[in-house]
Design a protein around this ligand. Sequence first.
Ligand code: SF4
Ligand code: SF4
Length: 210
Amino acid sequence: MYGLQMVRGLLVTLKNLRRKPFTVQYPEERLPQHPRFRGEEFVWYEERCTGCASCAKYCPLGIIKIVTSPSGAALPQGEKYKLEVFDIDISRCMFCGLCVEACPYDALFMGSGFEQSRYSRLGLVIPVKQLREAEKRPSTWFRPQLEGTAYNPHQGQPLDWKQVGRESWRWHQREKAGMRLAPDSEGDEKSPQPPFAKGGLDGSSTGGAP
Ligand code: SF4
Ligand code: SF4
């Protein structure tokens, strides 16, 4: 009886011997990531950010720290605030994406990377300088305007702030709280699609605007 069970076990081993493994030899090989993959480094566009701190308020773990101060700019139209601190402690982040959902100006996106390992937990706090300088490859998660253009952050080019909003960037430039700049002479408020809506950002065909 015992021998029979051993033979059965060996048969399972033999059956799987020639099967292609599901795992890969990381880091030599990497599995392809979905464009909506919620990466860990976050993509932040300062040009779009008002410092409203909605992202920080909605974060259930309270790991986004924002400090603003009056900049003294655009006083007649309403004060424009200067961002001094915008830190995200990704060592405690659960990548729920609520901060991205809460951002009313499409200024914050999940990132597309997954290799932020550090020797110290302190190294896992992303400071505003790093957010400013990071390559902008936003995940398309919760951003249908990017998904609709078949943008793939793992293959396409980085995007600047004018390319990632639900409204045209000129609309945003005019309406953003505290940044009511002079109306643009070209004016495109009637065409709210992002500038890439007619062509895939990675060169592929598009699925149309959402
Ligand atoms: S993804 Fe979730 S846990 Fe992480 S910073 Fe955003 S709201 Fe907080
Ligand atoms: S919610 Fe958006 S606009 Fe407001 S502070 Fe956060 S990133 Fe900036």
